[in-house]
Design a protein around this ligand. Structure first.
Ligand code: FE2
Length: 298
């Protein structure tokens, strides 16, 4: 029997609900405190380890089996001109074995140049060559990493290339037969780059919304420059922009395969993290209550 495509695999996964994106190495929020004291405030954790796989065994083991989780990797650089080195691939497979998530998130960005980490998301160049390279990379990764990958639209501070972001995402998702994470703040960051900052949902109907498996929300700040505005992720250290919440309200009823909504809360206090989850859950309860009823309880 032919293997199921990554998209079919994530489409068949259970609904995870409203979760918190945490950094396993952060002391705030401390995932142990979230689990011990605020377990009712989130349905699952999205676990990020800064791309590390050498110091994760003991930390991952501290997450009880009954806390559902997804995994956010870093280092596969899937939009690069060629496949990343073996280390991050094997590291991703190792962390998947430890966590056993239904899928693994990876940004559509490059974070390494010639093996050196860049503290900047080089987002995908929006052209056909980059689509081809990304599809080839994702297909090669699929053969070596057991769990399905879910690419995420990265933050943009400038956009390069002659394609629209949504066309790029469609072509990658269809070419690699995968689902997608739609980070709503990152959507707005792109709109700011292309002069559509006042219409965060501009051209959203051109995106294949059936491919969106997971949505991300995060705190952010907007920096004003002479030439325009730039979106900067703050994760838990700031409020979720109204533009991201607007996109959530717009899209919630239109995502047939939505399985997870993650609020990325790195640097938030534990109380602030669950407060943001509550803010989002209220919107979901109002606009799509049946979805919450379908949340898988382990
Ligand atoms: Fe994100």
């Amino acid at each position: 029997m032919a293997e199921l495509s990554p998209f079919k695999r994530v489409k068949a996964a259970a609904v995870m609900g409203v979760g918190l994106g945490i950094d396993i190495f952060d002391s705030q929020p401390d995932f142990r405190v979230l689990i011990d004291k605020h377990r009712g405030g989130f349905d699952f954790l999205e676990v990020y380890s800064r791309g590390d796989w050498e110091h994760t065994d003991d930390l991952f083991a501290e997450i009880p089996d009954d806390v559902p989780r997804t995994y956010h990797h870093e280092g596969l650089d899937p939009v690069g001109p060629k496949l990343c080195p073996d280390g991050p691939i094997e590291g991703c497979a190792k962390n998947q074995r430890l966590l056993n998530p239904p899928w693994t998130v990876e940004e559509l960005a490059v974070r390494h140049i010639d093996g050196k980490y860049t503290d900047f998301f080089f987002p995908a160049i929006l052209n056909k060559q980059c689509v081809q390279a990304t599809v080839a990379n994702l297909k090669a990764l699929e053969k070596r990493i057991p769990g399905p990958l879910l690419p995420e639209n990265a933050p943009y501070e400038f956009a390069v290339g002659d394609m629209h972001l949504f066309d790029f995402m469609n072509e990658v998702a269809h070419g690699a037969e995968c689902g997608l994470v739609l980070d709503l703040g990152h959507v707005w960051s792109y709109q700011l780059c292309v002069g559509k900052g006042d219409q965060p949902d501009d051209r959203i109907e051109s995106l294949d919304l059936s491919r969106i498996i997971e949505v991300h929300l995060a705190g952010a700040r907007i920096e004003e420059y002479e030439g325009g505005r730039i979106y900067r992720d703050l994760h838990g250290a700031g409020p979720i922009p109204e533009e991201s919440m607007f996109l959530l309200r717009e899209l919630l009823p239109k995502l047939p395969n939505l399985k997870a909504i993650t609020i990325e809360v790195e640097d938030a206090t534990e109380a602030a993290a669950v407060e943001q989850a509550q803010q989002v859950r209220e919107v979901v309860r109002r606009l799509r209550p049946a979805w919450l009823e379908g949340v898988h309880v382990s």
